[in-house]
Ligand binder design. Sequence first.
Ligand code: ZN
Length: 192
Amino acid sequence: MNRNQVLPQVQLSAEPSALKKVDFCAPQSYQGAGFLAIDDMPRLAKEASSIASGDGFTWHIQTHFEDSPGSEPHQILEMDLKGCLHLVCQRCLQDCTVDLDEKRRFVLVASEAEADAYPLEDEEQEPLVASQHFNLLETIEDEVLLSLPLIPKHPDGFCEPHATVFGLEEGDEGMEERENPFNILKNMKKNS
Ligand SMILES: [Zn+2]
């Protein structure tokens, strides 16, 4: 018997505060979608260089049970995240928009020990410890934070290095572009 067909499917509230307490121990599956503004995620708000209207992330979450031989069916959580925020471009030191479009798959496990024992090499899914008061908001924020580029930058060619970031390199480039002073001198002599 497929467990998904007999268990009730519960709609997740789009309300950020409601996402802080989701019962993943109940015999039911979930689905829902919503939008989280940057201010709904305090750790992310700290990373943001500025907050423009529209910045934030649309989430879509769905859970289902998958049969596993020899044990209870596993609860699988699938998460889609799409949106943007502003970070400091490490080239020009101005704000740049960072777009994210991420898909994640998790398996809910019963304990921290089980999560620790979960094979790291499984790149398809990661463990989450299920609880009756699971903080899904924090998990969404974790995933956004983990998806941020280590060195945020505008697309290549879009901006110039800021003098304080690549001061020396910029100076070197400038020298190459300028005409060799000896040639200038030669030309002056020729013309005189
Ligand atoms: Zn830039």
